[in-house]
Design a protein around this ligand. Structure first.
Ligand code: FAD
Length: 408
């Protein structure tokens, strides 16, 4: 009897682990479940709507289900629909690849004022995650706190003209929200000096192609490393770019100490490199400083093995660091550990029940292809996809035609 692996979370890490397992051992039964009716995690709900090239990784993941025999069970929440214990009994190995989605807070006075929003909250709403809160008003002067690519993604989306969003999969609601934002100036502020910012130089260069902005970069400073020198070069090329109406200002080496405002945000108080206090006026603050949540606690000596037969992968295991390709390397290492553990433990002689297949309301891979086909069949002008946004609509589309006939 083939050995069975359940993977919780159909984001990049879960898919990469499944890929590596099935490549090495095509006879494995690999089931991937997700609490959403649709697969691919942050590729669908985090990667920027105007970065469709990055999202093309889903074509590779599709082969898992179409050719490598993995099964998808969407709309399954562990703890509500099935317990972790039941999964551990039914499968030889269970991999938790559920990511991290809670925005890290600034941890300073005022960080809970109305008008302070985490990047995860905003991107989920922009990309129409079914559990997203509504998009909030940002006012004319949003301030982004963060020195990484998520901060740059947000900045770019907020700064683009409507025409520059052509080819994306941004929905009509978020498109209207951006068009009506009334933004005059966006400040992007980080704690680290410019040379230590974790911006990808390619992402910075992309800002230099925006037509409706004028960009100023304060406090470039100097670099002590080659990587830092590359970042400084990309940032200094941006300084003075454009003469558009929307101003973008980069500020570095400022330590936020308080969000100011009476009832809602009016600015950010920081400590400057010379020790002075400095105020940055803002009508909203978007924090792109990472994510929190429950992460894997490793069994001693095994970075990803949490208990016998129970493993952690991706952001859940490593914390909120790393790009999609980084998860591939980790997944390959984890797959090797799982395969070695499977080889070292005898297969159970009893045939476990198919706990997932008998759950009502799950979405299969075929169900997802029906959602996908509906989203891509007739997108509006300038868009490559019209996402189905509500769970009920997704579930209805995903249901097989014969299931629909039997529905009341
Ligand atoms: C805003 C943003 C933009 C990004 N842009 C890029 C980019 O352009 N390029 C790039 O390379 N990287 C990008 N990244 C990083 C990349 O998205 C991550 O490296 C990657 O998604 C991590 O994969 P994961 O599978 O660990 O987590 P996730 O992608 O978060 O997947 C986790 C999956 O688990 C599911 N899940 C959660 N809880 C449960 C549960 N209890 N039961 C079942 N399922 C559950 C979720 O629905 C989700 O599908 C971005 C990250 C963010 C936050």
């Amino acid at each position: 009897m083939s050995r069975r692996v359940a993977i919780l979370g159909a984001g990049p890490s879960g898919c990469f682990v499944a890929q590596a397992l099935l490549k090495a051992r095509p006879d494995l039964r690999v089931d991937i479940l997700d609490r959403l009716p649709v697969p691919y995690g942050l590729v669908r709900y985090g990667v920027a709507a105007d970065h469709q090239g990055t999202k093309a990784i889903t074509r590779q993941f599709a082969r898992l289900f179409e050719r490598q025999g993995a099964r998808f069970f969407g709309n399954v929440t562990v703890g509500r629909d099935v317990t972790l214990e039941a999964l551990r009994e039914a499968y030889d190995a269970v991999v938790v690849a559920t990511g991290l989605s809670t925005d890290r807070r600034l941890g300073i006075p005022g960080d809970d004022l109305p008008g302070v929003h985490g990047a995860g909250r905003i991107t989920r709403a922009l990309y129409e995650h079914p559990d997203a809160e509504p998009l909030p008003p940002l006012g004319p002067r949003p301030l982004i706190v963060g020195n990484g690519n998520v901060a740059i993604d947000l900045l770019r989306l907020l700064a683009k003209t409507s025409e520059e969003l052509d080819g994306s999969d941004l929905g009509p609601g978020p498109t209207a929200w951006l068009a009506g934002s009334g933004i005059d100036e966006i400040t992007i502020l980080g704690r680290s000096p410019a040379a230590a910012a974790r911006f990808d130089a390619v992402m910075l260069k992309e800002l230099g192609r925006l037509s409706g902005v004028s960009i100023a970069v304060d406090d470039l400073g100097t670099a002590g490393t080659e990587e830092g020198a590359r970042t400084l070069e990309a940032l200094s090329a941006l300084h003075g770019h454009g003469a558009g109406p929307r101003r973008i200002r980069f500020v570095f080496a400022r330590r936020p100490i308080a969000v100011e405002g009476d009832g809602c945000v009016s600015g950010l108080l920081c400590i400057a490199p010379d020790g002075r206090e400095e105020r940055f006026p803002a009508t909203s603050i978007l924090t792109a400083i990472g994510f929190d949540g429950e992460t894997a606690t490793a069994e001693s000596g095994a970075a990803v093995r949490m208990a016998p037969g129970l493993y952690g992968a991706g952001w859940f295991a490593r914390g909120p660091r790393g790009t999609i390709p980084d998860n591939r390397a980790d997944a390959q290492a984890l797959a090797a550990v799982i395969l070695a553990d499977l080889d070292a433990t005898p297969a159970s002689s009893s045939i476990p029940g198919d706990v997932l297949a008998c759950l009502p309301g799950t979405v299969t891979y075929d169900g997802w292809t029906r959602i996908d086909a509906a989203e891509t069949a007739a997108p509006p002008a300038g868009r490559c996809r019209a996402k189905i946004t509500g769970r009920a609509a997704m579930l209805s589309l995903a249901a097989a035609p014969d299931e629909k006939e039997t529905q009341p």
